[in-house]
Design a protein around this ligand. Structure first.
Ligand code: ATP
Length: 269
C-alpha cells in the first residue's frame, strides 16, 4: 500500500498462535501490554500508564506486520496502515497532511491501531534526514503522537529493520513506550513456522518425515522465506499435475529460495 488508509484495512484474523518463533517472554510481555491497553480505567487505578506506541524491530520477513495485525485483532481494534515511504513527498506539506489525515481517521474509529511499516523512512535521525520537508513531516508525526486525550483508544505501532537509524525524539517514552526485537527464528522457531505454513497442505509422507531436518537446515531463513518455500513447492506440484507436494518440489523450492537470498545479499551488501 502506498498511502495511509482513509478507511481501516479489513483485518485478517491473525492471532499470536499464527506467528511462529516468537520468544515466550516476548509473547507474555505483549499480552500483558495489550491487557493494559484494553483496560485503561483499571490501569489508571493501578497507576500504570497505558502505552501509546510500540516499536517492532528486526530483520525483514520475521513477522512484524503479522504481529501488528495480531495485536489489533486481540484488541478488537480497527487497523490503519501505511508505509513510512508514503510520507516522503517532495511537495510542500503533503507528508505532514497525510500524517494528520491518518491520525484523524483513526480517531474516528477507535479502538484503533495505526501501523507504520518502514518507519525509518519517516522517523530517521534528523541530522541524516532528507532536508526541511522530511523534518516537517517528522515534526507532524511527533505532534500527532503527543495528541494527549485525542489519542485515547489509539495504539501506534511502528516497524523497522533499522532501529539504529531512528530519531531519539521519536523513540522517547510517551511516544514509543515499548520496543520489541523480532528476531530471525531459531531451529525451534523455524519448526513452528514450518508447522504453521504446512497446515492443510497436501504433503507426501517423505516430505512430512523430513520437516525436522528442514528446520535444522534452514538456519538464517526468515518466516517469510519459509512461507515462500512452501508456496513455491506447492506451485511446482500443481504445475506438474500432482496433488501431493513431494521431495523434488521441496528441493526445487529450497534451491530457488537459497538462490534468491544469495542474489539479494549480493545486491544489497
Ligand atoms: P518487513 O520487515 O519486510 O516488512 P515483516 O517482519 O513485517 O517484514 P511480515 O510481513 O509479517 O514480515 O511477514 C511476511 C509473511 O511471511 C507473512 O505474511 C507470513 O506468511 C510469513 N511470516 C513471516 N514471519 C512469520 C512468522 N514468525 N510466523 C509465521 N509466518 C511468518
Amino acid at each position: 500500500m502506498k498511502h495511509g488508509t482513509a478507511k481501516p484495512m479489513p483485518l485478517p484474523s491473525i492471532t499470536l498462535k499464527d506467528i511462529g518463533g516468537l520468544p515466550e517472554e516476548m509473547k507474555d510481555e505483549i499480552l500483558q501490554t495489550l491487557e493494559i491497553v484494553k483496560e485503561p480505567e483499571r490501569s489508571k487505578r493501578l497507576g500504570i500508564k497505558a502505552p501509546k506506541g510500540i516499536l517492532l524491530y528486526g530483520p525483514p520477513g520475521t513477522g512484524k506486520t503479522l504481529l501488528a495485525q495480531a495485536m489489533a485483532h486481540e484488541l478488537g481494534a480497527s487497523f490503519f496502515t501505511a508505509s513510512g515511504s508514503a510520507f516522503t513527498e517532495l511537495f510542500v506539506g503533503v507528508g505532514a497532511s497525510r500524517i494528520r489525515g491518518l491520525f484523524e481517521n483513526a480517531r474516528k474509529s477507535t479502538p484503533a491501531v495505526i501501523f507504520i511499516d518502514e518507519v525509518d523512512a519517516l522517523a530517521g535521525k534528523r541530522k541524516q534526514h532528507g532536508g526541511e520537508e522530511a523534518e516537517k513531516t517528522l515534526t507532524e508525526l511527533l505532534v500527532q503522537l503527543d495528541g494527549g486525550h485525542a489519542n485515547e483508544g489509539i495504539l501506534f505501532i511502528a516497524a523497522t529493520n533499522r532501529k539504529d537509524m531512528l530519531d531519539d525524539a521519536f523513540l522517547r517514552p510517551g511516544r514509543i513506550d515499548f520496543s520489541f526485537h523480532v528476531p530471525l527464528p531459531d531451529m525451534k522457531g523455524r519448526k513452528e513456522i514450518i508447522d504453521i505454513h504446512t497446515k492443510g497442505k497436501q504433503l507426501s509422507e517423505e516430505v512430512v518425515a523430513s520437516l525436522d531436518l528442514l528446520a535444522d537446515s534452514t538456519s538464517g531463513f526468515s518466516g517469510a522465506e519459509i512461507s515462500s518455500l512452501f508456496e513455491s513447492a506447492s506451485r511446482r506440484a500443481v504445475r506438474e499435475g500432482r496433488e501431493l507436494v513431494g521431495m523434488a518440489d521441496l528441493d526445487y523450492a529450497l534451491d530457488r529460495t537459497i538462490l534468491g537470498s544469495t542474489s539479494r545479499a549480493l545486491n544489497d551488501p
